[in-house]
Design a protein around this ligand. Structure first.
Ligand SMILES: Nc1ncnc2c1ncn2[C@@H]1O[C@H](COP(=O)(O)OP(=O)(O)OP(=O)(O)O)[C@@H](O)[C@H]1O
Ligand SMILES: [Mg+2]
Length: 365
């Protein structure tokens, strides 16, 4: 899969940009604040409909603009697609594929698949369980784009149930309606998480063995207050049934605390390194190796599934790596269209087409 060209208008620091990346490796150089991350963020947006920095849509619209446009042509095997996205500063967005307007913007998902490597990826291991839930859910969207709708349904149902629990009049019948909606969507979210782990688990182990040159075992674990578990054979309906039971059981507590205390939003995915929770027991270097392994493994899993390598977006990651890990990452990186940014090209051990960003333009350097 590759991006043939990209144009941006009113997106972040780009008033107007036209860029034709190479189908292979692109090394994008620019000083701090030049717009390197902004450029990768635009490509990521086409593939996930959100900013990989977690920024809200309005932050993506240029300071002096009312709308931002991201357009690009993507080739995947024999098929080409022209993708167009319009983001409005005051909310709302519109998408087109091959000039046809989409009724649902989310139908765009799947046309651009990508995997990011970001300096803040270390958070996936180091910080709270929410970072690991987000990693699994975002990876699920790249594997199975339909996961996006299930996740959105789940979040909506959870918000509504929580809003209801905050009211004074909280009858059982209405709460039961929210329970069912949450359980239905939550069952799907859990099933995707289990399948995502199933899809990447073996890759994580083998990539980790390659990068770390150790035989330390990497395993996933999952703490859940409602019989959520990483068993890919359990159906979404079965998970929904389990969640539904747990929600009725937690009603009293939820009413007291005025919040939904059980469900996929509270679960704790854990990465074990040699049997120990890597969040608390692994060294900083081991944590970094684990994060790189997760990303490379996701790339391999998506490649297995769609039979083409997703686009690789590496934002300023090499400057954080010691020479050994930097060399190991380079060896582990798959063949794919790659956009790698850096402030200092001597940090990047990859051969590729050099680009420079200055004054909001990306020029071959
Ligand atoms: N909505 C926006 N409109 C205009 N400019 C913006 C907007 N959002 C961010 N910027 C500008 O973009 C610049 C940051 O761009 P970016 O994060 O891509 O830099 P970078 O090249 O990745 O830098 P670094 O090397 O520090 O990571 C900042 O100067 C910021 O002011
Ligand atoms: Mg940056």
């Amino acid at each position: 899969m590759r991006l043939d060209w990209l144009t941006l208008a009113g997106f972040r620091s780009y008033g107007r940009l036209e860029w034709q990346p190479d189908p292979g490796v692109n090394v994008i150089v620019g000083r701090n604040g030049a717009g390197k991350t902004n450029l990768l963020e635009a490509v990521g947006y086409l593939g996930s409909l959100r900013s990989f920095r977690g920024a809200p849509d309005h932050a993506l619209v240029g300071f002096d603009f009312e709308r931002a446009y991201i357009r690009g042509q993507v080739t995947s095997g024999p098929s080409e697609a022209l993708i167009e996205l319009e983001l409005r500063g005051r909310g709302g967005r519109q998408a087109r594929i091959n000039t046809q307007r989409l009724a649902r913007t989310s139908d765009l998902l799947g046309h651009v698949r990508f995997v990011t490597f970001l300096p803040e990826d270390l958070d996936i291991i180091k910080r709270g369980p929410g970072y690991r839930r987000d990693f699994l859910d975002a990876t699920a969207v790249q594997l199975w784009p339909g996961s996006h709708l299930d996740q959105a349904d789940f979040e909506r149902a959870l918000r509504q149930r929580n809003a209801f629990l905050k009211q004074n009049d909280r009858d059982d019948v209405t709460l039961g309606v929210w329970d069912e909606r949450m359980a239905h969507a939550g069952g799907k979210v859990m099933a995707r998480r289990a399948r995502t782990v199933d899809a990447i688990r073996d890759h994580v182990s083998s990539v980790h063995a390659d990068i770390s040159a150790s035989d330390a075992a990497v395993e996933f674990d999952y703490l859940s207050g409602w019989k959520g578990e990483l068993d890919a054979r359990v159906s979404p309906a079965e998970f929904a049934q389990r969640l539904s039971e747990a929600l009725s059981e937690s009603r009293r507590r939820d009413r007291e605390r005025r919040v939904t205390t059980v469900g996929p939003h509270r679960d704790e995915p854990i990465l074990l390194l040699d049997g120990h929770d890597s969040r608390f027991h692994a060294s900083q270097g081991e944590q970094r190796t684990l994060t790189l392994s997760l990303r490379v493994a996701s790339h391999r899993a998506i490649t297995d599934l769609i039979d083409r390598p997703p686009i690789l977006l590496l934002d300023d990651v090499y400057s954080e790596l010691d020479p050994k890990r930097s060399a190991a990452l380079t060896l582990a990186l798959p063949e794919a269209q790659t956009l790698v940014t850096t402030a200092d090209p001597s940090d990047v051990p990859l051969e590729g087409v050099p680009w420079g960003i200055t004054g909001g333009e990306v020029v071959r350097g």
